[in-house]
Ligand binder design. Structure first.
Ligand code: AMP
Length: 455
């Protein structure tokens, strides 16, 4: 018999979910007449329908070839479900289960009998099936809607977000109420704290939040507690209406703002006690901007309390800030911190709200920061491991562009607080420099592979 291509959805929300899914894949790999071709990554989803309060699912999808007939293949899947502890005779409808295997497609076969309906009848309405399928076959055309899988995923995500567009909450109290209501409906919120003047880097965080949560929510607050220089605070760009438009077009559901007094009504005089930002705040940014990370930790803790997000999204561009926020989240016990890659301009310059303050000649100079980092990465790739020589490379590139360097250092990310002396096994290069009146920072994992400048 000529092999048929089959697609199978896998789910588990009972017991060791990952072990159940991986066990099922392994059993299929060993089965006669079945060749597993590809398996999607596992993704976490909320249980839909069925009794409330059941555990989250881990879902995935696989593509296989089989010489088994459709009903024989279905029987094999059902046998695997019971081997992993599923007991259909005792099961509540849509109740929790250690293993759920659904046959989505068997070639292009259409079938409608009491035991088996093909393609799977509810496939096109289920985001938890289509998202893993999209990881393997985004261009596959769905027979009922005629949509490609990637298009259908977008449609369902948009429907889940609602059509209300962006809700703007003018103060933290309104934001707290809005978030509370969404959480009561069972929505998981992905949160993006910002200081506004948004750019593609911020929007990449919104997209990451939408991919991992039910909805995204952002704040724009130029936090005075984290500015050590009042002129820097006064100059910081502010474009709230444009920010709202960008957030709306990226699919963000809510934007909130507030004043310092609204965020900390219990300290109306502005004397807000600062949080201890933890050990990662020492050195580098901490040394050049005293009090900065205490201000960051203080506002982030308050923002997290307002939103109570499942996850909060931060950019790797502010590497030390990510370490401080990770420490804060460990102390608070929430949220999960997701660190997203640095978004760069064509010439490699890390996107930053402050870039718009650069005059044209300064903008050209600013490209030296990323040039220096990528020069250090090139040396790392050629085998250079000596921190002093890597730092000399950074310094040489920055000196050529005549930017005023505050620091240009290489650190072992596992021992971030210490200046390394010995050859490194891992390295992150970090730079802060002033170009005219504008202070810029950037950093790079020297062993990483993410792209920088196009040239
Ligand atoms: P800010 O508005 O500068 O406070 O930034 C808000 C968030 O966006 C922080 O988590 C930043 O790390 C992140 N972010 C800023 N610039 C970039 C970028 N170029 N790429 C990725 N994330 C960024």
């Amino acid at each position: 018999m000529k092999p048929a291509t089959v697609w199978v959805a896998l789910g588990s929300n009972l017991g060791d979910r990952r072990a159940n899914l991986e066990g099922a894949c392994e059993a299929l790999r060993c089965a006669d007449g079945v060749e597993v071709l590809r398996v999607s990554p596992w993704s976490e989803t909320r249980a839909e329908g069925g009794p409330s309060g059941q555990p989250d699912y881990l879902n995935g999808c696989l593509e296989a070839r089989t010489t088994l007939a459709p009903h024989t293949f279905l029987w094999l899947l059902q046998r695997l479900e019971s081997q992993f502890g599923r007991d259909r005779s005792r099961e509540v409808r849509n109740g929790p289960r250690p293993l759920d295997l659904d046959l989505l497609f068997y070639d292009e076969l259409e079938l409608d009998d009491p035991e088996l309906v093909l393609p799977h009848p509810r496939l096109e309405e289920r985001l938890f099936v289509l998202e893993p399928l999209c990881a393997l076959a985004p261009e596959l055309v769905l027979p009922r809607s005629g949509r490609r899988v990637c298009e259908r995923v977008e449609e369902l995500r948009a429907a889940r977000r609602g059509t209300a567009g962006l809700v703007r909450c003018a103060d933290p109290e309104a934001a707290r109420r809005w978030c509370e209501a969404r959480r009561a409906e069972g929505a998981r919120i992905g949160f993006i704290p910002t200081m506004g003047a948004l750019h593609e880097g911020h929007l990449s965080l919104v997209r990451a939040a939408l991919a991992g949560n039910d909805l995204a929510c952002a704040s724009v607050f130029v936090n005075p507690l984290q500015f050590d220089d009042p002129r820097d605070l006064a100059r910081y760009p502010r474009h709230l209406d444009r920010d709202a438009e960008l957030l709306e077009s990226a699919g963000c559901s809510m934007l909130f703002t507030g004043t310092l007094a609204e965020f900390f009504p219990e300290h109306e005089d502005g004397n807000v006690p600062r949080r201890d930002p933890g050990p990662a705040a020492e050195g580098l940014e901490g040394a050049f901007r005293p009090g900065h990370f205490a201000g960051v930790a203080t506002i982030c803790a308050r923002l997290f309390e307002v939103v109570r997000p499942a996850r909060a999204y931060f950019g790797e561009k502010d590497f030390q800030q990510c370490l401080v926020v990770q420490h804060l989240a460990r102390v608070l016990g929430f949220p999960e911190i997701v660190v997203c890659p640095t978004s760069r301009e064509e010439d490699g310059l890390a996107r930053s709200s402050r870039n718009q303050l650069l005059a044209p000649a300064e903008r050209a100079q600013a490209a030296a920061l990323s040039r220096a980092l990528f020069a250090a990465r090139a040396a790392w790739r050629e085998g250079e491991r000596d921190p002093a020589r890597l730092e000399a490379l950074l310094a040489a590139e920055l000196a050529r562009a005549r930017v005023a360097v505050e620091y240009a250092e290489v650190r072992d990310p596992e021992r971030f607080g210490q200046r390394p002396r010995k050859p490194l096994a891992r390295a992150r290069a970090l730079i802060a420099a002033r170009v005219g009146r504008v202070r810029l920072i950037d950093n790079l994992d020297l062993a990483g592979t993410e792209p920088g400048a196009l040239r």
